[in-house]
Design a protein around this ligand. Structure first.
Ligand SMILES: Cc1ncc(C[n+]2csc(CCOP(=O)(O)OP(=O)(O)O)c2C)c(N)n1
Ligand SMILES: [Mg+2]
Length: 321
C-alpha cells in the first residue's frame, strides 16, 4: 500500500517525538523532580504511530500505564503532557493525573491507565457508542502481553465479539509483564485466543512502521466496515526497565543492545524512506532538530509552571450526569 508523503513525515515526527520525550524523561526522572512513576515506551514507537496513522480524531483509543507514546501518536500536545507529568496545573489533566492518567478527549484519547487490563472494557463502551451513534468511529485498545491475561481483557474480547463492535484489540507484546516472561505467563497463543472469541487475528513486527501501518489499516478497515472486532498482535522490545529504576536483572545482558542495533524503528524507517528516494536525510534531520527544541521548551515550561491549588482538589474529579 502506498502511504502519502505527508503521512510518512507526520509519522516520523511522531515517532521521533516519542523517542525524545521518553529519553528526556529518563534523564529528568533521575533528578527526583517528577512525582510518581514513569514507564517508558522507547523502542515501541512504531506500534502506537503505525496504528494511530490509520485513525482520526473521531476514533477513540485507550492506553496503558506505558501510555506516553499512545498519547503523542493520537495527537495530545507535548507541552500539556510534560506539564501533566510534572504535576502542574497547566497539564492536560490539570496536574491531577500524572504519567499514568493522561487523557485528552478532544483528540479521542480516553486515557492512559494505571489498571492493567483497564483499557479493553473502556474500548467496548466507546465502540458501542460509535456503533449506536453511527458516527463511523472505531475504538482501539492498546494493552500488553501481561494485560492479555487479565479477566477484564478476556471479557472484553467476548463482549466485543458478541456485540459485533467496531473495536480493535492491539496486544503490544514486549515479552514481559514487569519481570515475568510472556513465555512463562501466557498460556496458548494470542491467535488462538482471538479465534476462541471468533475474531480475526493479524500479527506484525512492531519495529517496522510499514508493517504495523499495513496490518493496523486492515484491522481498522474491517472494524469500520461493521464486520466486528479484530485482534492485532504487535511484537516489540522495550528499551528501558519496566519502570524507571528497574535494574532488569531478568533480561539477557545483550538483549537491549541487540534490539537497539537491529530493531530500532526510527533507524529502519530512515533507511527505508531515504533508500526509496522519498526523503533526504537532511529533511529528517530538520524534523529531529525541531522536535528537540519542542521537548526542551516543554521541560523548561513545565518546571516553571504552577502546581495545582489545594482549593482545586475536587474540581474536574467527579462528574454529575
Ligand atoms: C490490575 C493490575 N494488576 C497489577 C498491576 C501491577 N502492574 C503494573 S504494570 C504490570 C505489568 C504489565 O505488563 P504488560 O501488560 O505486558 O505491559 P508492559 O509493562 O510490558 O508494557 C503490572 C503487573 C496493575 N497496575 N494493575
Ligand atoms: Mg509486556
Amino acid at each position: 500500500m502506498q502511504i502519502a508523503r505527508e503521512t510518512l513525515l507526520r509519522s516520523y515526527r511522531a515517532m521521533r517525538t516519542i523517542r525524545m520525550f521518553e529519553e528526556r524523561l529518563h534523564v529528568e526522572f533521575a533528578t527526583g523532580e517528577i512525582p510518581g512513576f514513569v514507564h517508558l515506551y522507547c523502542g515501541e514507537e512504531a506500534s502506537a504511530v503505525g496504528v494511530c496513522a490509520n485513525l482520526t480524531d473521531n476514533d477513540t483509543i485507550a492506553s496503558t500505564h506505558r501510555g506516553h507514546g499512545h498519547c503523542i501518536a493520537k495527537g495530545v500536545g507535548v507541552a500539556g503532557m510534560m506539564a501533566e507529568i510534572y504535576g502542574r496545573s497547566t497539564g492536560v489533566c490539570r496536574g491531577k493525573g500524572g504519567s499514568m492518567h493522561i487523557a485528552d478527549l478532544a483528540c479521542g484519547m480516553l486515557g492512559a491507565n494505571g489498571i492493567v487490563g483497564g483499557g479493553p472494557p473502556l474500548i467496548c463502551g466507546a465502540a458501542l457508542s460509535h456503533k449506536t451513534l453511527r458516527d463511523g468511529g472505531v475504538a482501539v485498545a492498546f494493552y500488553g502481553d501481561g494485560a492479555s491475561n487479565e479477566g477484564s481483557t478476556l471479557e472484553s474480547l467476548n463482549l466485543a465479539s458478541v456485540w459485533n463492535l467496531p473495536a480493535v484489540f492491539v496486544v503490544e507484546d514486549n515479552g514481559y509483564g514487569e519481570a515475568t516472561g510472556a513465555s512463562y505467563a501466557c498460556a496458548g497463543t494470542q491467535g488462538a485466543r482471538a479465534a476462541g472469541f471468533g475474531m480475526p487475528y493479524i500479527e506484525c513486527d512492531g519495529s517496522d512502521y510499514f508493517a504495523v501501518h499495513q496490518a493496523a489499516g486492515e484491522a481498522i478497515a474491517h472494524a469500520r466496515e461493521g464486520k466486528g472486532p479484530v485482534m492485532l498482535h504487535v511484537h516489540l522490545a522495550r528499551w528501558y526497565g519496566h519502570f524507571e529504576g528497574d535494574a532488569m536483572t531478568y533480561r539477557a545482558a545483550d538483549e537491549v543492545a541487540i534490539a537497539k542495533r537491529d530493531h530500532d524503528c526510527l533507524k529502519l524507517f530512515r533507511t527505508r524512506v531515504t533508500e526509496a528516494g522519498l526523503f533526504e536525510g537532511s529533511e529528517l534531520d530538520e524534523v529531529d532538530a525541531a522536535v528537540a527544541d519542542e521537548i526542551e521548551a516543554a521541560v523548561v515550561q513545565a518546571k516553571d509552571d504552577p502546581l495545582p491549588q489545594s482549593a482545586d482538589l475536587l474540581a474536574d474529579v467527579y462528574v454529575r450526569y
